[in-house]
Design a protein around this ligand. Sequence first.
Ligand SMILES: CC(C)(COP(=O)(O)OP(=O)(O)OC[C@H]1O[C@@H](n2cnc3c(N)ncnc32)[C@H](O)[C@@H]1OP(=O)(O)O)[C@@H](O)C(=O)NCCC(=O)NCCS
Length: 144
Amino acid sequence: VTIAVRTLASPEDWEAAKAIRFEVFVDEQHVPADLELDDLDAMARHWLAWDGETAVGTARAVRKDFGWKIGRVAVRRDWRGRGVGQSLMRAIMDAARRAGVRELQLESQTHALAFYERLGFVAEGPEFDDAGIPHRLMRLALAA
Ligand SMILES: CC(C)(COP(=O)(O)OP(=O)(O)OC[C@H]1O[C@@H](n2cnc3c(N)ncnc32)[C@H](O)[C@@H]1OP(=O)(O)O)[C@@H](O)C(=O)NCCC(=O)NCCS
């Protein structure tokens, strides 16, 4: 599939991003619905991955002192394993480089460590629990 990744361009796009997050994190991974959306959503930059007219993946980035913190990375089940997640992450990494961001961090669900390692992220520190799911901090330094 040819995947296009874009930042949100309309209120409908935000609805599509939320729908993917609820499908993946709440329905599939049983994250409590009241934890899924948070105050950071209003300050974050959000991306959608598109297969034609269908929104199939999403992620967000929040500005921090160190650079950007990436989160809520989700690809709809039927589109997994086809490079959608990698495309989404590469688009965010490119946007970060263009913005002069020096470091990216994220909290990876332990099962997804290898997915982010392939992109150059390195896990650091102990495993911790968030919303009942084990996670580890991961970091990637971007070239200046
Ligand atoms: C993790 C996730 C975003 C990956 O998206 P995806 O579109 O399936 O990933 P890709 O197809 O780009 O995968 C790229 C590579 O990472 C690997 N990979 C994907 N998901 C993985 C996982 N959960 N664990 C280990 N490796 C994984 C794939 O094997 C693939 O390698 P390959 O090309 O050699 O087969 C997706 O599985 C997902 O949404 N999962 C549920 C939500 C979630 O756990 N999000 C992570 C929050 S930290």
